[in-house]
Design a protein around this ligand. Structure first.
Ligand code: BT5
Length: 323
């Protein structure tokens, strides 16, 4: 119900409206209207009241709350169910729990901070307040060895979503880093839950450094605040990322991954560059020359001229950049 009230306040935007008007439109008694307005105020919405004129929404909270994200989201799958938390261990863990309980795709879990945010290979993801931490549950019709495709798809969605919401010129460092000026702005963690050969659930965890300073984060990180010297709406950024993810996920399930590869090529910081890759005890160097459409592997031309597909890595360093 707060959702409907919020939509009404936002639609009226610069106009004052009365509690009586709201009561008529939403078909609820006046004292219920007052209760709902109080709830919104408690969530951090600033609602101005002027006697004889009525009320007007003047500010929305900086917190990421589900109403803000649902408002005009217009997605088909991603964001059907949105859960927001102030503090949580890891949004990926919560998403996994909800996926098992509800058995649906499209669940989104968002937190303001994480106490056990994690990256790939059990690395830590620093998750203080001011960042965006979200996870999405999907149930794709793919086999368990196609995880690399989802790194491609989601990295394109995150990079494009960030560009659209903030204008930042970010690039993708294969497989899961979103970079600005060679510093890490965002990271993606794709985790799969397998039943026989199929992906039963796929959880895409996305962490973006937004309204905080990189001096509180690991070396070689950056934040939107540091890059732009301004504060950004977490909800707007989340929405743009979720919209792109929704469109690309649906398209990928219908047509395959090739459209995402061509978008990835325009956003990649490593394609055409000389790179060094560490995978376990192995270290390989070569030119990043493309992506394998069947698997999503990065294609590396090594110095002896062979093309080597690389599916999974510990770390990738760009030695000589094309950009
Ligand atoms: C990643 O791993 O980049 C994936 C990060 C995914 C985080 C999201 S937040 C929502 C969801 N819930 C979770 O628990 N996780 C996901 P990887 O490529 O392994 O990079 C990890 C490395 O990035 C660390 O070892 C640090 O060096 C660095 N790092 C840690 N926190 C960072 C931050 N906030 N900003 C930039 N770099 C960071």
């Amino acid at each position: 119900m707060e959702n409907l009230l919020l939509n009404l306040l936002k639609e009226k935007d610069s106009e004052f409206i009365t509690n009586g008007y709201i009561s008529g439109v939403l078909k609820i008694p006046i004292d219920e209207v007052e209760k709902r307005l109080d709830n919104l105020r408690k969530l951090g919405y600033r609602i101005q009241f002027i006697p004889h004129r009525g009320i007007k929404l003047i500010d929305t909270p900086d917190k990421v709350i589900s109403y803000e994200i649902k408002y005009n989201l217009d997605t088909q799958i991603v964001g059907r169910y949105i859960y927001c938390f102030d503090n949580i261990d890891s949004t990926n863990d919560k998403a996994k729990e909800l996926a098992a309980e509800l058995n649906v795709e499209g669940i989104v879990v968002i937190a303001q901070r994480q106490s056990k945010g994690r990256g790939r290979l059990h690395r830590k993801w620093a998750s203080p307040k001011g960042g965006l931490y979200l996870s999405v549950v999907l149930k794709p019709k793919n086999s368990h060895n196609e995880l690399a495709k989802f790194y491609l798809l989601s990295s394109v969605a995150v990079a494009q979503g960030l560009r659209k919401a903030t204008g930042i010129k970010c690039f993708i460092k294969w497989p899961n880093d979103i970079m600005v000026n060679d510093r890490k702005l965002a990271g993606i963690l794709a985790e799969s839950f397998i039943n026989e050969d199929q992906l039963e659930f796929l959880i895409l965890g996305i962490g973006v450094n937004v309204n905080l300073e990189s001096k509180y984060l690991p070396k070689e990180s950056t934040t939107l605040f540091d890059e732009t010297k301004s504060v950004h709406s977490l909800a707007d950024i989340a929405k743009e990322i979720l919209r792109k993810l929704d469109i690309y996920y649906i398209k990928c399930q219908k047509e395959g991954i090739s459209f995402a590869i061509s978008k990835w090529k325009n956003l990649s910081s490593c394609l055409g560059s000389r790179v060094n890759i560490i995978y376990g005890a192995e270290e390989i160097e070569g030119m990043a020359v493309g992506i394998d459409e069947n698997t999503g592997a990065l294609l590396l031309r090594t110095d002896n001229g062979f093309i080597r597909p690389v599916l999974s890595i510990d770390a990738l360093k760009i030695i000589r950049s094309k950009r």
